[in-house]
Design a protein around this ligand. Structure first.
Ligand SMILES: Nc1ncnc2c1ncn2[C@@H]1O[C@H](COP(=O)(O)OP(=O)(O)O)[C@@H](O)[C@H]1O
Ligand SMILES: [Mg+2]
Length: 280
């Protein structure tokens, strides 16, 4: 299977404080990462808080800086070196590659109707020619995200966390992307609602032919929905594999410590914290 996204030796380094002598100190949020995202796949990116998952996801979307290395995006229609896009290409890339955020409360403006929230990317990028066309696109994607069309006139505060996350998903998908980074997209939701949203993402993947990078600190969620998994630790991808193979035969001690903390996989270790000893 060909890759939709191919990340090669990607680094995002942030400056740390003042330079006095020699090299300026940097924080290596992402360090020399390579990652394949096959077309049509649902790739999980796991790792503890601060391991660089969000930075990597955003760098792929050109929403965090690329210090070195390359991101290639090839959907058959366009073949982009994401770090080297010109203005017109970047605009086009933003329609093809989108982000779903974690927090459905923070992400939605309380002063806009649901219709306007979902329509905004179309209007900002001037992708539709008339209000009718915009409304048509909004209704279409809202229905696909199982939103009640009656609710388009309401404001987001009227909705539960799960409904709000559907609104966020509709907004992310309204431009017709092929690639979606979902960054902790279910982390803020109750467990019962998480399953609804995960099922929605999986059915949208089929229906709309999407490829996902699914970022989560929760390996049990990733095990459930992802066909490939990459494990990140301190800015580095420790290993990546098909989910089944990774779980059956983890190559790295850090992956084993993550796996051992999943209650359903190892009931005896239910209360054990994830502790990774790099010397082990
Ligand atoms: N804009 C930024 N400037 C400086 N440091 C940042 C910035 N964004 C993230 N970092 C740092 O990069 C590291 C990785 O963060 P992040 O990508 O958010 O990790 P994760 O999503 O896995 O929790 C953290 O140490 C974080 O503090
Ligand atoms: Mg994060």
């Amino acid at each position: 299977m060909s890759n939709l996204v191919t990340v090669t030796n990607l680094s995002t380094h942030y400056p740390l404080g003042q330079r006095f002598f020699g090299e300026a100190p940097v924080l290596k949020a992402v360090d020399q990462v390579s990652l394949d995202i096959p077309k049509g796949s649902f790739v999980g990116l796991v790792g503890e808080s601060g391991s660089g998952k969000t930075t990597l996801g955003r760098a792929i979307l050109r929403a965090a800086p690329i210090s070195s290395g390359t991101v290639r995006y090839n959907d058959g229609e366009v073949d982009y070196d994401v770090g080297a896009l010109d203005k017109a290409q970047l605009k086009d890339y933003r329609t093809r590659a989108q982000l779903i955020f974690q927090d459905p409360y923070a992400a939605l403006s309380p002063r806009m109707t649901v219709r306007d929230i979902i329509a905004e990317p179309l209007e900002v990028m001037k992708l539709t020619k008339s209000r009718e066309e915009t409304d048509e696109r909004v209704r279409e994607i809202a229905a696909k995200c199982r939103l009640n069309l009656e609710h388009l006139r309401r404001f987001p505060h009227a909705f539960s966390g799960g409904q709000r996350q559907r609104i966020s998903i509709a907004r992310a998908l309204v431009t017709g992307p092929k690639f979606v980074v979902a960054d902790e997209a279910v982390a803020a939701l109750d467990v019962s609602i998480q399953a609804d949203i995960l099922n929605l993402l999986k059915s949208l993947q089929n229906e709309l032919d999407l490829t996902f990078l699914f970022i989560s600190h929760d390996l049990s969620v990733v095990a459930h929905v992802c066909d490939h998994v990459a494990v990140m630790y301190h800015g580095v991808i420790m290993e990546q594999n098909e989910t089944r193979a990774l779980f059956a035969n983890p190559q790295h001690a850090y992956t084993r410590s993550l796996l051992s903390a999943i209650p359903s996989l190892d009931p005896d270790d239910r209360h054990r914290a994830v502790v990774y000893d790099p010397t082990a």
